[in-house]
Design a binder for this molecule. Structure first.
Ligand code: ADP
Ligand code: MG
Length: 472
């Protein structure tokens, strides 16, 4: 079955749009915009990358999400492949017979392929659990102030689980933090450690989305017993990105049962999310409190030192010499998260390999121009709300709540003020992000904080500090 060309273009545009919203403008421009859709047929979506480097990058970083998002658009798709499309040379040479007889240039419209595809698929019996990334080990994880607690906790869990006397240090271990700060890396590291030191332990790692997908499928095929069976004998269950479970009632219910059953049997559970249990939206109260029973460890935004450490370690791993100046420049400028930092480093490495000499500060600046530009105006209202709530030690939900008590209303006003200062959002847009408030409320907040910063030293310092942190 061949989806018509325009239908598949439309699907691709929607998948891309949603992924862009998840990964942000800079990552989108660097990695996703150069991709195009080649075809969708027989349950396979084929994406074409202009270079091998881009293909590998997108395959390792985004294949999972591409597949999930594509499935949400089109249930028939069960695998995503990424191939390298060789641009037609215009010299009449025909590349179409290229690999595995795979790309007979179907319909004449798809580009010819010269490289075998890297693909990720969900089939009926395999890939029930997500694959582990080889690079995500404890050895490759650089520890610094922002992640030391999460790292220590993950190590404890890994060691306890690999130990012959089975103990469960904290149940569950709940890791949370913004995107690209190392949650998935730590979870994979735990799995690798256990696998290496205690091969007989049954470890399951999967994304909450996959959990959901499996469960829904089990419901459809009336095989929920089998579904439960899979989890019954597990020693260590890790579920990544549980924020994606929130709101989906029946899955939450099932998750809760699985969770309780495992905890009762003293099996280790590790969970990750983008927010703390108390800030996860759309989660039932009993689930929320249960998630917080063990150890809750957060990964803070990176510091300059940590970023520099990560760059050095990655360059070393790759056996690549990059000048200290360039690394300092990157650590200073790419502050959003580790994923983008790696992206920047990889661009530099790709360029070095291409031109065969060391990259100077000037070329680095030039190479990363779009990335840097979008980093600079990248502060989002969500980020502001999160930081302000953290700073004043109030729940994130207070940012959108109706409560008017000073202890929450003032931080909320500060967040609105910062949103006005640091983003290009209009007053009505800001109001909407703060629980659907009116633009006059935002205006009032901005004026109020302006006034207060003149008269209230402590408040002025808080505002100044937050301002700097958000821009760092
Ligand atoms: P998250 O799951 O929190 O969104 P990931 O675990 O996927 O983030 O991390 C994003 C990328 O950054 C991965 O390639 C990971 O290896 C890398 N990374 C994150 N933190 C560190 C760290 N402390 N040391 C080395 N690499 C890191
Ligand atoms: Mg992750």
């Amino acid at each position: 079955m061949d989806t018509s060309a325009s239908a598949c273009e439309n699907e691709w545009a929607r998948v891309l749009g949603r992924l862009k919203a998840e990964v942000g403008e800079a990552a989108y421009r660097s990695w996703l915009r150069p991709m195009s859709v080649a075809r969708v047929d027989d349950g396979e979506a084929v994406i074409a990358a202009p270079t091998r480097f881009l293909r590998d990058w997108v395959a390792t970083h985004y294949a999972d999400r591409l597949l999930a998002l594509w499935r949400a658009e089109n249930q028939l798709v069960n695998s995503v492949s990424i191939t390298v499309a060789v641009a037609p040379r215009g010299n009449g040479l025909d590349h179409s017979g290229a690999v595995n007889g795979e790309s007979k240039n179907r319909g004449g419209s798809s580009p010819p392929f010269a490289e075998p595809a890297v693909s990720l698929e969900i089939s009926d019996d395999k890939a029930q659990f997500s694959a582990l990334d080889q690079r995500f080990t404890f050895e490759n994880f650089v520890v610094g102030k922002p992640n030391e607690l999460a790292h220590a906790a993950a190590r404890r869990v890994a060691e306890a689980c690999a130990n012959s006397v089975h103990t469960v240090p904290f149940n569950p271990l709940f890791l949370y933090g913004g995107v690209g700060l190392g949650k998935t890396h730590l979870m994979h590291a735990v799995a690798w450690h256990v696998r290496r030191h205690a091969y007989d332990r049954k470890v399951i790692y999967l994304s909450a989305e996959k959990f959901m997908y499996q469960f829904i499928r089990a419901l459809r095929f009336k095989s929920t017993m089998d579904f439960k069976e899979q989890f019954r004998s597990v020693d260590l269950l890790m579920i990544d990105d549980v924020q994606f479970i929130s709101g989906k009632d029946s899955t939450q219910e099932e998750f809760f049962h699985t969770f309780n059953a495992l905890v009762d049997q003293n099996r280790q559970i590790v969970i990750s999310a983008d927010k703390s249990p108390s800030d996860l939206e759309g989660l039932e109260e009993r689930m929320r409190s249960r998630l917080g029973w063990g150890l809750v460890a957060d990964l803070h935004p990176t510091t300059y030192e940590l970023r520099l450490g990560i760059l050095q370690s990655k360059a070393e791993q790759g056996g690549i010499r990059i000048s200290q100046k360039v690394m300092e420049f990157l650590a200073h400028k790419i502050t959003s998260n580790v994923r983008e930092l790696e992206g920047a480093l990889n661009r530099i490495i790709a360029d070095m390999q291409l031109i065969g000499r060391e990259v100077t500060l000037e070329t680095a600046q030039e190479l990363l121009r779009d990335l840097l530009r979008s980093c600079e105006r990248r502060v989002t209202i969500d980020e502001i709300q999160r930081r302000v709530a953290e700073h004043f030690n109030i729940r994130l939900s207070e940012m959108t709540s109706e409560r008017r008590a000073r202890a929450v209303a003032r931080p909320r006003q500060i967040a609105m003020y910062l949103a006005k200062q640091l983003t290009t959002r209009s007053l009505p847009e800001i109001g909407r992000k703060f629980g659907g408030r009116d633009h006059t409320t935002v205006m009032h907040a901005v004026r109020k904080i302006e006034e207060l910063t003149l008269s209230d030293r402590a408040l002025a310092e808080d505002v100044e500090l937050l301002h700097r942190m958000l821009q760092a």
